[in-house]
Design a protein around this ligand. Structure first.
Ligand code: F6R
Length: 263
């Protein structure tokens, strides 16, 4: 994994938006996996700015979101469908026909999950998947204990996730107990992965997932097995990493390595 430590949340967001923009410029019909939550809001703002001010073109991309709460229709303000429209899609020129977000109010979740997997396969897989990380180390809603081979499915949420996400709802009882989520297996088949994390409350889990042993109890550790995973952190989220000096050295000397391998 390549680890990039930015001084602030704003810079973390700028670097990750630039990373995504580079991939879109390289492949105009990029298949982009998207996450919701607080973490990517700054990145999405910056992508909207790149579209408005620098003409970044999203018209040919296809997007797949990681997850959605079971029981929430797309127009519910707490649904991830709504979040995506409100924080990104309405600001860019993405073709809505190429936007996929799991449907929380589907009548047959199991059949829906199979269909979702088939759509990802139909477009040739995800080129770049954006991820955040939960306090319990989850990616998507792959709670501790999720198999690294898991596919898109219905998952029961952990107590900690319900408590963490209660801030978006009027009452904790309103937080749905189940979600549809891409599996860990679905996520790690993406050609590239970009995980972003910020804030002191993520520092412990960030250190565990980057420098601890690979385990299904912290599903983000699956990224250690991926060949093209990048992690962008702000200073506070990086504060408990033991090998910070090394990560910074590698980043600052990347040009030397690239020269050596002729790239
Ligand atoms: C959201 C998702 C989750 C979040 C994670 C962190 O689509 O898949 O894994 O990325 O819970 O959430 P925030 O960013 O709110 O801390």
């Amino acid at each position: 994994m390549e680890i990039i430590i930015a001084p602030t949340y704003e810079e973390m967001s700028q670097i990750s938006a630039q990373f995504i923009a580079r991939e879109i410029k390289r492949k105009h019909d990029l298949v982009l996996g998207l996450a919701t939550g607080d973490t990517p809001i700054g990145t999405y703002k910056e992508l909207a700015r790149l579209h408005n001010e620098e003409g970044l073109d999203f018209s040919k991309i296809t997007t797949f979101n990681l997850d959605e709460y079971i029981g929430l229709p797309p127009l519910n303000k707490n649904s991830y469908n709504y979040f995506m429209q409100d924080n990104l899609f309405k600001y860019i020129n993405v073709n809505q026909a190429n936007v996929y977000v799991p449907q929380g109010n589907t009548e047959d979740p199991e059949e829906f999950c199979e269909w979702y997997e088939a759509q990802i396969k139909r477009v040739g897989g995800i080129d770049l998947q954006i991820l955040g990380i939960g306090g319990d180390g989850h990616i998507g809603f792959n709670e501790p204990g999720s198999s690294f081979a898991s596919r898109t499915r219905v998952k029961a949420l952990e107590r900690q996730t319900i408590e963490d996400n209660a801030r978006f709802f009027d009452r904790e009882e309103d937080v749905p107990r189940f979600a549809i989520t891409m599996g860990v297996g679905t996520i790690i088949e993406s050609k590239k992965i970009l995980l972003i994390a910020n804030g002191a409350k993520k520092a412990r889990i960030v250190a565990e997932f980057i420098e601890g042993p690979v385990t299904c109890q912290i599903t983000a550790t699956a990224l250690q097995l991926h060949t093209h995973a990048t992690v962008i952190l702000d200073e506070t989220a990086a504060s408990k990493l033991k090998r910070k000096v090394y990560y910074n050295w590698v980043r600052n000397n990347k040009h030397i390595i690239q020269k050596m391998v002729g790239r």
